[in-house]
Design a protein around this ligand. Structure first.
Ligand code: NAP
Length: 271
């Protein structure tokens, strides 16, 4: 697994991460604690960690924080990069702090590496949310602040509302089949060195079966789709990690390169 610098921090994280959003059923039945399939999911996350993945993405709404906690238990905390998110109904100062504390407990940790606003909420001033984030950074409980599903203007507003800390990342839908971010968000992030976490990097499961993806250099379609993203200097794909064999295959999206010609062919095939 290759590691690359996350934003401007000097901190290196695995160029391919793991996402832990499962499905609506998992979320709605999550109130009842540990459920069927939990052990398999924990094993899958653990397999990724064994293979060198350090970036794990979750969210209060996914109800997967306890699974991440179980998978990372007994591992060296400072080698991990745990990212979670706050849902838009918790963006007021007190609610954000309460939600953050709950995530700490669910993740079984004393600090979080990246806390992200899951979706913007126009009813809450971004300055209030970012001030609450900065308070957590100052308290030593949070290392990096990020956002998700923000457009470029919203991202700039969030950045401006953080006078002392840096906005480190934005998480958005980005893959060979969904490339809107290439218009303005990605070039801006590259200039500002804001990390871009690519969700749906496998097109929500479509790309491993897409006929436009060949088996470049003997790699699988999923590996080629992930390589195309991870080969970009500032982009970190976070494919979902619910099956151990898929996780191991996805790790194979690292440690090799697409040639310039292969990259151009992929760009053209998916235009
Ligand atoms: P995805 O990673 O693009 O695709 C996941 C689908 O691909 C699953 O059905 C998975 O199956 C399958 N898959 C994974 N590896 C495979 C492989 N090697 N070969 C064949 N199929 C494979 O989409 P996603 O899970 O929906 O999104 C990824 C992560 O992004 C989420 O887990 C979450 O952390 C994040 N996310 C964030 C937001 C946001 O609003 N910020 C929104 C959506 C998602 P199995 O599950 O059976 O392995």
């Amino acid at each position: 697994m290759r590691y690359k610098e996350f934003a401007k921090t000097g901190r290196k994280v695995s160029e391919i991460g793991m996402g832990t959003y499962y499905d609506p059923l998992w979320i709605t039945t999550g109130f009842f604690g540990w459920r069927r399939g939990a052990s398999e999911k924990v094993r899958a996350i653990g397999a990724g960690l064994d293979e060198g993945v350090t970036l794990v993405d979750t969210a209060e709404i996914y109800r997967s924080e306890p699974l991440v906690a179980a998978a990372v238990s007994g591992r060296k905390r400072d080698e991990l990069f745990l990212a979670t998110k706050v849902w838009p109904n918790h963006l007021r100062r007190d609610a954000l702090v309460r939600t953050f504390e709950r995530s700490l407990k669910h993740l079984g940790t004393t600090y979080i590496d990246l806390y992200q606003v899951h979706w913007p909420n126009p009813a809450v001033p971004i300055a209030e949310t970012m001030a609450a984030m900065e308070g957590l950074v100052n308290a030593g409980k949070l290392t990096h602040v990020g956002v998700s599903n923000f457009n470029l203007d919203q991202l700039k507003e969030a950045q401006a509302a953080l006078p002392k800390s840096e906005l480190s990342s934005v998480q958005v839908d980005y893959s060979l089949i969904h490339r809107n971010v290439e218009k303005d968000l990605l070039p801006y992030c590259d200039r500002e060195k804001i990390a871009l976490l690519a969700y749906y990097p496998l097109g929500h499961g479509k790309l491993p079966n897409d006929r436009r993806l060949g088996s470049t250099g003997g790699r699988t379609k999923a590996q080629v789709a992930l390589r195309w993203l991870a080969g970009k200097s500032n982009v970190f794909p976070i494919p979902r990690a619910s099956r151990e064999d898929h996780v191991r295959e996805n790790v194979g999206g690292s440690d090799w390169e697409l040639s310039a010609e292969e990259r151009a062919d992929l760009d053209n095939s998916f235009r």
